[in-house]
Write a protein that binds this ligand. Structure first.
Ligand code: HEC
Length: 192
């Protein structure tokens, strides 16, 4: 009797040890694509599709207010909104790199190098997460407007999405352009 209680105790502790081990955060995600890839493959094309779906096109023939019209139009634009909303979660995944090893900035001097961006992110992950969440929260009204077939709502959401893109890019991708602007306006009016 005593012995079987003892054996049961061991069995329970082994079971608990196993359960704890399973709960430890591990490499459960496979972060194959880079942030640059996700921008190029998901974020940029899906945002473009939203912006273009409610564009105003001015030509010699006149002004064309492009809006989603048929159910198929709305269904299609909704697919892009879903990609954009959820891509923001992919950006935040631990272990995701900015670019491939050794990959260099395409516009050095204007854009930071990928390793500089990674360093900034590693030192202050929360700021990056906040900016990715801000894009999520800017894209969500687009999804809601689409579900309500509200083209004006989609147009407004499009502007907020643009701001969310720019806020993250100005911090990580081309902060040098801000510094150059500041220098220029400083030189034009030194007293300011
Ligand atoms: C949370 C931060 C963040 C947000 C939000 C964000 N981006 Fe980016 N994006 C980056 C970073 C970092 C890079 C630089 C990666 C690189 O090119 O090395 C980048 C690069 C890009 C690139 C260049 C990709 C390439 O192939 O070089 C495009 C295009 C782009 N973003 C579009 C967008 C658009 C459009 C939005 C909004 C709908 C957006 N991004 C929102 C962080 C962000």
């Amino acid at each position: 009797m005593r012995r079987s209680v003892w054996v049961l105790g061991i069995a329970i502790s082994l079971f608990l040890a196993g359960a704890c081990k399973a709960q430890q955060p591990g490499p459960e995600y496979r972060t194959t694509a880079t942030i640059k890839d996700i921008m190029d493959s998901m974020v940029d094309p899906s945002a473009d599709a939203l912006w273009e779906s409610v564009a105003t096109i001015v030509s010699a023939a006149g002004t064309d207010e492009r809006r989603p019209k048929t159910d198929e139009d709305w269904k299609n634009v909704r697919r892009h909104a879903v990609i954009l909303v959820e891509a923001t979660n992919l950006l935040k995944m631990e272990g995701r790199h900015i670019a491939k090893p050794g990959e260099k900035s395409e516009n050095p001097g204007i854009e930071l190098e990928p390793e500089q961006m990674e360093k900034m992110m590693a030192e202050d992950r929360q700021s990056f997460i906040k900016l990715a969440n801000a894009l999520h929260d800017a894209a969500l009204p687009a999804l809601k407007a689409i579900d309500a077939k509200n083209a004006e709502g989609l147009l407004d959401a499009g502007e907020a999405i643009d701001v969310a893109c720019e806020n993250c890019h100005l911090k990580y991708w081309y902060p040098l352009s801000l510094q150059a602007e500041a220098r220029k306006s400083g030189a034009a009016s030194p007293k300011k």
